[in-house]
Structure formats: C-alpha cells, structure tokens
Design a protein around this ligand. Structure first.
Ligand SMILES: Nc1ncnc2c1ncn2[C@@H]1O[C@H](COP(=O)(O)OP(=O)(O)OP(=O)(O)O)[C@@H](O)[C@H]1O
Ligand SMILES: [Mg+2]
Length: 313
C-alpha cells in the first residue's frame, strides 16, 4: 500500500520515534503533493528544525515559499510560549480587579515555568494554522517532534476545552448572566468582551477538533524502522492514538536495506531485518504499510527527496 490516498487530505501529521525519518518522509510527501498541484504548507514542530537542512535553505518561524505550491515554516515553541503567556495576561487583566490581578499574574508566571506550557503554546499555533490557513493551503503537513509530545498534543483539545468551559462559567457568574437569563450565549458574548474572547477561543478549539477527528480530512502517519525499539514504540503510540479517534492513515517502514549487497555483516543485518519486517506486517496488519529503502547517503537536497517521494507514493 502507498500513501497516495493521503494526498487528498487537508492535514497530515508525521510522527514516530527519534531519528527514524519523520522529517525526511514529511518533506518528501509535501514535495510530492505540491507537484501534484496541491497548495502545500510544511510545518515543523520540532525544535531541532532539520527541515531547513533538508531543503538546504533557511526557513524560520514565518512562512517561506520554497517552490511554487510549497511553503514551509518552523515553529519556534519558546517564542510561541512567551507570546501565549503575554496574551493570557492581557485576557486576565480584563477579568480581575487590580488587587486580584497581581496574584493572578503570579500564578500565570508559575504556570509559565511548568512543563506543559510549550505544548499548550504549540497547540495554540497549530490551531491557528489549521483553522485560519485552510483558505490559503489545500494541505498542511506536520513534521512532529518524537512520539510522546505529538500524541499529547492531539489529546489536548479536550483538556483545553474543559479549562475554557470553566473560565466561561466563572465569567458568566461575574457578569451575572446565569442560566435563568434569557440572553443567548452569543448575545452574552457580544455584550461582554471577555466572554466574547473566551467563546471565540472555544469555537476555534471546536473547529480544530472537528478537523482532526474527521477521517476524510486528517490523517496521522507513523514512521518507523525495522528494529526492536522502534517497533515497540510504534505499537505503544498507535495504541495511544486509537482511543482519540484520529485516523492512522499509514505506516512508513523506513531504511529497509537494499537486496543486492554481499558479506557476513550485511547478511546478518538483512536476516534480522527480515524477522522484524515480518513482525511489522503481522502486528500492524490493519495499517496500510509502505517500505522505503535506505539510500546510500543521508537525504539532503531535492534529488534524494524525490527518490523517497517515489517510494512513498
Ligand atoms: N531512507 C533513508 N535513506 C538514507 N538516509 C535516511 C533515510 N531516511 C532518513 N535518513 C537519514 O537519517 C537521518 C534521520 O532522518 P530524519 O531527520 O528524517 O529523522 P527524524 O525522525 O526527523 O529525526 P528526529 O527525531 O531527530 O527529528 C537523517 O540524516 C536522514 O538523512
Ligand atoms: Mg526530525
């Protein structure tokens, strides 16, 4: 099976263990899709940002056109987090009186130092891209950081929704709009700027959810290699994703050795690989799988990327 069917999606995530070829495969897929005439945005959420290296061009945090139909950007999580905190402080300033505000800001600064913040800020940026940019691009391809974080990210909209729900409730109480009021949520939101901002945020997360959960719009592609640790990590990640409802559109088995080499070392590697390839076929039989051969060199520049594309599609 090939990834050709995924060319028609609007959002495709590439995820997997560190170093298996996520950046390579997402870049090759994005390049191929752009050549089929789709307007593609390739987004790196990985702080290492090897997308620039692959295309041998500096990309950076704002959209940069690489070829006709192909643009790319590399999200800077640290900068997004700082901006996110600043935004939240502005929201909060409108909600509380000055003496409560001091305490609230302290709480926010504490939250800013907590480990989840980078992910929340990253999710906020991803929401922006998916919700706002869908008019400019037919397809957004995400090259994600190693497994754990990405999956947390896809599970996070529900948590964010609950949090916003609680803020909305609090704010409604403050402005004395209770359930007995005959004001609709829209009218209440229009009357109060803070409620308005919260409702807008909630609506955006709702749109993100409906895009991500729609199997005809969004797919997740796992990349793995025929080795023990990668197989186990892929199995765990696939399990984690299965209860979110997100479609797993394929499994790329990357770095498969060529068939025509000689020597004891090679035969030993090849024999081990055969065992793992068979195991992958057995354990992931419900996923459509595509094998990508190991090239003689690292994948930098357009010509080797095209070779990877040809195998993916
Ligand atoms: N099929 C292949 N043949 C040869 N080299 C490959 C192949 N796939 C990936 N590589 C090389 O392996 C290295 C790791 O690939 P890549 O950067 O795409 O992995 P990654 O999963 O994005 O890594 P990270 O988790 O660090 O982001 C790179 O040097 C890349 O050029
Ligand atoms: Mg990478």
């Amino acid at each position: 099976m090939l990834l050709t069917a995924l060319l028609e999606r609007q959002v495709v995530f590439f995820g997997g263990k560190g170093g298996v070829g996520k950046t390579t495969c997402s870049a090759a897929f994005a390049l191929a899709a752009s050549r089929k005439g789709r307007r593609v945005l390739l987004v790196s959420t990985d702080p290492a940002h090897s997308t620039s290296d692959i295309f041998e061009r500096h990309i950076g945090p704002s959209e940069r056109q690489l070829f006709s139909n192909l643009s790319a950007l590399e999200i800077d999580s640290e900068a997004e987090a700082a901006r996110y905190i600043a935004d939240v402080k502005v929201d909060i300033r409108r909600m509380f009186s000055p003496n409560v505000l001091k305490q609230a800001n302290r709480q926010i600064d504490m939250a800013a130092a907590s480990p989840g913040l980078l992910e929340v800020a990253l999710l906020d940026r991803i929401i922006d891209l998916i919700v706002d940019r869908e008019r400019d691009f037919d397809l957004i391809v995400f090259d994600t950081a190693p497994t754990g974080h990405t999956l947390q990210l896809l599970r996070m909209p529900d948590a964010m929704n609950a949090w916003i729900q609680a803020l909305v409730k609090h704010r409604r109480a403050v402005v004395e709009i209770d359930r007995g009021s005959d004001q609709t949520p829209e009218a209440a939101a229009a009357a109060d700027p803070v409620l308005g901002a919260l409702e807008r945020r909630r609506a955006r997360i709702g749109r993100l959810r409906s895009t991500i959960m729609d199997r005809s719009m969004t797919s997740f592609v796992f990349v793995t290699i025929p080795e023990r640790l990668a197989i186990e990590e892929t199995a765990r990640a696939a399990e984690l994703l299965s209860d979110t409802g997100v479609d797993v559109g394929g499994l790329v088995v990357n770095r498969v050795l060529p068939d025509d080499l000689q020597g004891d070392f090679y035969h030993s590697r090849k024999a081990q690989e055969q065992t793992y390839l068979a195991e992958i076929d057995r354990r992931f039989k419900r996923l459509s799988r595509v094998r990508v051969r190991q090239l003689p060199r690292d994948v930098y520049g357009i010509a080797p990327l095209e070779q990877i594309s040809a195998q993916l599609l």
